[in-house]
Design a binder for this molecule. Structure first.
Ligand code: 2AM
Ligand code: CA
Length: 262
């Protein structure tokens, strides 16, 4: 399979679906609650159906792990991990930070990632063996050497409060020992911003595979580190992710382990 060619096709698709999302206006009555604070609209569902239809054509023998459950099919080798609209709460509230996120897994390895940030028309992408790109230009994580000089993104817990105290203690520590913290409301955009050097790091817990698959892959192709809160590799399905440039990795991981008692 030619992953570079596939990536070009997925890029075109992500932009098409992004244009569809941008063209839609929603009313309060369009918003459904899946579970506490987990919102969805017909825009999310229609966008996912469009992605599933086209991605199934691009690799006929492929399955899907998709946020809105449009396709339940899991295949042995190739599986797409997709979030048609990452940042739904922002979208519903008119906050312009949301994206389309498409990852591809071959057996257990991520091999392609595409994130299209709709409002700024920014397309982030990479495939196995490639560099990482933003709108055709190569991107890299930052060279920042210390946490003290780092701008760090995170997401606040919004439904799973079991580790809220651990989270807040880490947050307080980083508030005092970094350049600052940011919370955009789209994990995929956070990851894309680490890849292109706008943020030095990002961490969050209770995320799903579709929030992180594409972004985690792009960050690694941009020279960054990705791991779970124990420093291990289970960030895709393990619901905990740390990602940053390689220089601050040990420093950040040590703080996460300290406050989460790992
Ligand atoms: P989603 O919009 O695709 O659901 C950041 O915290 C991540 O959590 C986002 O990528 C977002 O993905 C998800 N999320 C779901 N509901 C959320 C909420 N109410 N507030 C913040 N993030 C939410
Ligand atoms: Ca979503």
């Amino acid at each position: 399979m030619n992953l570079e060619h596939l990536c070009q096709q997925v890029n075109t698709l992500a932009k098409e679906v992004g244009a569809f999302i941008k063209s839609q206006t929603i009313a309060a009555s369009d918003v459904e609650t899946k579970s506490k604070n987990s919102l969805v609209t017909f825009v999310d569902k229609t966008a996912e159906a469009k992605l599933v239809a086209r991605l199934s054509e691009l690799i006929p023998d492929s399955g899907f792990i998709a946020e809105e459950g449009t396709s339940e099919k899991i295949c042995e080798v190739y599986n797409w991990i997709i979030d048609p609209l990452d940042g739904t709460t922002n979208f519903i509230h008119g906050v312009p930070c949301f994206c389309v996120s498409i990852g591809l897994k071959r057996n257990n390895d991520l091999v392609l990632g595409v994130i299209y940030e709709i409002n700024l028309d920014e397309l982030f992408y990479a495939w196995e063996g490639s560099k990482a790109y933003l709108n055709g230009k190569e991107i890299h994580v930052t060279p920042t050497p210390t946490l003290e000089d780092s701008l760090i993104a995170t997401g606040f817990p919004y439904y799973d409060y079991d580790k809220q105290d651990e989270y807040m203690n880490l947050f307080k520590d980083l508030m005092r020992n970094s350049r600052g913290l940011r919370r955009l409301g789209s994990a995929a955009v956070d990851l894309a911003y680490v890849a292109c050097g706008r943020f030095d790091a990002f961490y969050e817990y209770s995320l799903h595979p579709w929030d992180v698959a594409a972004g985690a892959f792009i960050v690694q192709q941009a020279g960054g580190k990705v791991c779970d809160f124990k420093g291990e590799n289970n960030y895709l399905f393990g619901k905990e992710i740390i990602t940053c440039n390689p220089h601050i990795h040990q420093e950040l991981l040590a703080k996460v382990k300290l406050h989460f008692n790992y």
